[in-house]
Each structure stands twice: as C-alpha cells, then as structure tokens.
Design a protein around this ligand. Structure first.
Ligand code: KG4
Ligand code: ZN
Length: 358
C-alpha cells in the first residue's frame, strides 16, 4: 500500500509518501515563513496563493519514476479555509484521475500520530499532548481512532502565546524557535510569571501569562526610562508612534526563559498527572511547540521520574508536515476507516474537532 499525504492547513505546503508498515518513502516541505515574516503572522490570502503555486511541484516530486499510489490522505481541518481548500481540491482531482480513494485527515490527529513515524514501538493507549500554533489539547488515545479529549486551552494556544510574546519583544515570526534559543541564555527564575494550573480541570490557559509579560515589559520600559523621550510618551495620546530602544540582550533572555519556564511547567505537570491518573505508561507529544528544547528535556526528565516513556517526533515532523498526514491516512486505510463514497467526509472545516472513527 502506498499513500500520498497532502498538508496545506496553514503556512507549510507539504507532501509525503508512506508505504506498507507505515514507513516514510519521500517527504517534501515548502515553508512560507519568509512570505509572512514582514506581517509577523500568517496572512491567509498569501498562504492560499502560495499553496496553489507550490502544490503541483511537490506532488510531482512524490510521483517521480511513475510511482503508483493506492490512496490519498489530505488535511481537511482545522486550519485556514482557503489553504485547506487547495489541498482538498488537489487530492480530489488526483483521486479522480488515478481512480484511487481519498481520505480526509484531521490535522490535530495527525500531530498525535507524528511520533509513530520514527518510534515503531509506540502504540495506543497513550496520553497525547498537542501543542501547536492554534491548539493545545490533552488527549487520551485509547486506540487508533478512539480518543477522549480531556482538556484544551480556554484562550490562547501554547504556540500563540510564544508568537505573541515574541511580537511584544520585537522578535521575528514565528516566535517559538527564537524564544527557545534566547531562553538558553536567560535565567528561568528571573521573573515569577503566573502559572495557570486550573486545578480540577485538564484545560489550559495562556492568555494571562501573555498579558503578564506585556505588563512586565511596559513597567520595565517606563521604570528604566527606555522610552526614547518625554515627547514620545506625550505623543502616545496624540496618536504618534512610540519607539523603544532595544532592551539589553540579558533582559530579553531572562524574559524568554521565565516565560518559557511558566509555559513548560504547566504543560509538563498536567500531562504527567493525566498519564498517571489514567494509568498510562506512555506520553506522545506533537505540534510545533513539541520542537521546544526545554519542553522536551523537562517532559522526558519528569517522565523518567514517574516511570513514563515520553515520545517526541524529530524536529522536521514536530511542525506541520505531510508525513504525519500520510501516516494517519495509512492507518485509516489499513483499518478500513475511510469513506470514499461519503464525500461529506471531504468537506473542509476550519474548526474540525477530533472525532472517533470507532
Ligand atoms: O504545528 P505547527 O507547525 O502549526 C500549527 O498547526 O499551528 O505549530 C506552529 C507553532 C508556532 O506557534 C511556533 O512558534 C511554534 O509552533 N514553535 C515553537 C518552536 N518551534 C515552533 N514553539 C516553541 N519552541 C519551538 N522550538
Ligand atoms: Zn500543526
């Protein structure tokens, strides 16, 4: 069985081939990061146009040498509607031309499965943590296609908090990898930012932390006289632009490390607690923030202390990629959970929830 995976939910155009046994054969990603950097965030129109320009080239790379395809897996949500539509229409057209079935894939489910790409010993049941740019979910994975979403963020996702804090600090987009790097030079105990543990619930909340960083920065700039001049402070009311001289690198590094330590502490504590509470021995993490070096080391260390094995995908499969989509499709085809007759299953849905197949 050879499955072509197509991922276009946000700002990465990606295709991959998965063969029998769930092994990756080919994988290609085109990242749009540079296109969105000036805007410090993803611009939906630019994203969908770029997917349209790139997708055929990536598909061609997958089918070189007359590669035979038995099925196509495509992300149908959650994500940006225009971007999702490019992937869906491509998949449908190819499915029609090649006369092969097409299965719709939930992007979050694919993140949950991303560790399977390289850790063949990993099988459900396990505790899944999805930490991406748009979502933060704690999911009990009972079996392939059988989930209990225990908790989710009540406001910002972990990735969103990273990106917004980076923006406040004047750093580039996406902010997560930059904060990760800068935090290594800072003191995680420098600033006691709040931790929303939300006892009695498996939910998360990161917007209070983001606001705390914002207020901390405002106070710091006022008290350290970091404003360029009195004229500009007054100009605030007059609607003129206020410019700040850059903060010292050590201060930025301390803010990054302290913010990151607050995010990671909550993620690690809740994930470990949930795994223990539900009697699981394994944890698998997916989504862009799973690339974070501090989250990785802290979760692995705490996991060891609690006799839990923690799985992460390697860096190229932590952020959005077609390989995880192809692999999720492979499991769906293999287990017969695809509906090529039911075209409704291929409707894109920007806020597609995680659903059980069984
Ligand atoms: O899963 P993903 O690639 O896209 C979505 O599905 O949203 O996640 C993107 C998010 C961004 O917010 C980005 O800042 C964050 O993942 N990210 C990181 C790191 N690498 C990417 N956050 C923290 N540390 C990183 N090393
Ligand atoms: Zn993602």
């Amino acid at each position: 069985m050879m499955i072509l995976g197509i991922e276009t939910s946000c700002d990465e155009t990606s295709c991959a081939l998965i063969k029998e046994g769930g092994h990756l054969v080919r994988h290609a990603i085109f990242s749009q990061t540079e296109l969105h950097q000036t805007f410090k965030g993803v611009v939906p129109e630019i994203a969908s146009r770029s997917h349209l320009e790139k997708i055929n080239e990536l598909v061609e790379q997958m089918i070189q040498g007359n590669q035979k395809i038995d099925g196509i897996a495509v992300t149908i949500g959650p994500g940006l509607v225009g971007s999702l539509l490019i992937g869906k229409m491509t998949a449908e057209a190819l499915g029609w031309v090649w006369d092969v079935p097409v299965v719709g894939i939930n992007h979050l489910e694919a993140h949950l499965y991303s560790s399977f790409l390289e850790h063949k010993e990993l099988k459900p049941p396990f505790m899944g943590l999805i930490v991406s740019g748009g979502h933060t979910h704690l999911v009990l994975v009972e079996d392939f296609g059988k989930y209990k979403v225990l908790g989710r963020t009540r406001d910002d996702s972990a990735g969103e908090a990273y990106d917004k804090v980076a923006k406040c600090l004047g750093l580039d987009y996406p902010g997560g990898p930059i904060i990760d790097r800068l935090a290594k030079k800072g003191n995680p105990a420098a600033i006691p930012f709040p931790r929303a543990h939300l006892p009695g619930s498996w939910d998360f909340s990161f917007s209070g932390l983001k606001t705390a960083v914002l207020y901390f920065l405002q106070n710091l700039r006022v008290s350290s006289g970091s404003f360029i001049g009195k004229k500009n402070i007054g100009a605030n009311k007059g609607g003129l632009k206020i410019e700040f001289p850059p903060l010292p690198l050590k201060t930025v590094a301390d803010i990054c490390a302290s913010f990151q330590s607050a995010v990671v502490e909550v993620l690690v504590r809740k994930t470990i607690l949930a795994a223990k509470k539900f009697g699981l021995k394994k944890i698998a993490v997916g989504g862009g923030v799973s690339a974070n070096s501090f989250l990785r080391s802290e979760l692995i260390r705490n996991g060891k202390d609690n006799k839990l094995k923690v799985y992460f995908p390697s860096l190229p499969y932590s952020t959005d990629n077609g390989a995880m989509v192809a692999l999720t499709g492979y499991y769906k085809f293999k287990k017969g959970f695809y509906d090529d007759k039911n075209q409704e299953a291929l409707e894109v849905n920007p806020s597609l929830p995680i659903k059980n197949w069984i």
